[in-house]
Design a protein around this ligand. Structure first.
Ligand code: OXD
Length: 303
């Protein structure tokens, strides 16, 4: 019998692109939108990062392949089958490019010039040499590491924070003391941590107080890392200069949210490293084929 691969994304156009790309590559399988299939017929699901509890109705499900790098919602109450996240060089280079661009913007004062522009104010900032700009990267995994390496290659003074120490291209600090040290040394902090019970709310008032006055937070990981009221207080009080935010506790960001009109917040609609079906379908199809042929899929987070 042919294995059944269900495609489930809330965005119709995205679902249709994944379906087309995967149908081409998984010729031996039925590849169909999950909501057109009887839940009990689905062997494999391809999803982003939906709440895991919604997948429990697929009673014959054997494997879930996410197209997202972070699967925090998916694993929370998700089905007890192997779940793989997306790890691919294409995703890592998009993320490194985005974080590099955001750091450069901050380093060269774009957010401040935007505010000066709104006051019609012609006033240059003093230049800071790249090698004197201290950047901290929270997380040194599949995405954090390429970001830290790209920033170091561009000449920034980079350190990272990770769970375990390891030989690396940049200094990697660890533990609670390492976390404090990384924050205190960094004028720009880029967050690439996974969202886990240990990292929920890690960017709170105490963390912001450790960052040097006038520093900037770039968050491309998850909104749940940030205590929003603490961030707004740190920005309003002038301790933090700016926040460049690509991820939020609630997405899309609700229209009434204070971030939208805050002069020190840049809001981006979760675009740092989008998973493009044309680029990533070969990796997704290969992992599904591994599973279907009885081999262990790559990049499992559970099962
Ligand atoms: C994510 C992604 O995990 O976009 O945020 O892949």
């Amino acid at each position: 019998m042919r294995s059944v691969v269900g495609i489930s994304f809330s965005q119709l156009e995205l679902a249709s692109r994944w379906r087309a790309e995967l149908a081409d590559r998984l010729a031996g399988c039925v590849v169909e939108y999950a909501d057109r299939l009887a839940p009990g017929d689905v062997d494999v699901l391809v999803v982003g990062n939906p709440p895991g509890s919604g997948l429990r109705r697929y009673s014959s499900l054997r494997f879930v392949q996410s197209t997202w790098a972070g699967v925090d919602q998916l694993v929370e109450g998700g089905p007890s089958v192997p779940i793989a996240r997306m790890v691919a060089p294409a995703l890592a280079s998009l993320m490194a490019e985005f974080v590099h661009a955001a750091v450069l913007m901050v380093h060269r004062g774009f957010p401040e010039y935007r505010r000066r522009q709104s006051e019609h104010e012609w006033r240059p900032l003093p230049p800071v040499e790249t090698s004197r700009r201290r950047v901290g990267v929270l997380g040194f995994g599949e995405l954090g590491r390429p970001c830290a390496v790209a920033l170091a290659a561009a000449g920034f003074d980079v350190a990272a924070w990770a769970r375990r120490s390891r030989p690396a291209e940049v200094p990697v600090l660890v533990g609670t003391d390492g976390f404090s040290e990384l924050l205190s040394r960094s004028e720009i902090v880029a967050n690439l941590l996974p969202l886990t019970p240990a990292t929920v709310g890690i960017l709170d008032q105490r963390a912001f107080a450790r960052m040097p006055r006038g520093s900037t937070l770039i968050n491309v990981a998850r909104g749940g890392h940030v205590v929003e009221t603490d961030l707004l207080r740190a920005l309003d009080g002038g301790h933090l200069s700016d926040a460049i935010l690509d991820v939020f506790a609630e997405e899309p960001l609700p229209p009434e949210h204070a971030y939208w009109s805050h002069p020190r917040v840049t809001v981006l609609p979760h675009v740092a490293a989008p998973s493009d079906p044309e680029d990533l379908a070969p990796d997704v199809a290969a992992n599904i084929e591994r599973f279907l042929s009885g081999r262990r899929p790559r990049f499992l987070v559970s099962g």
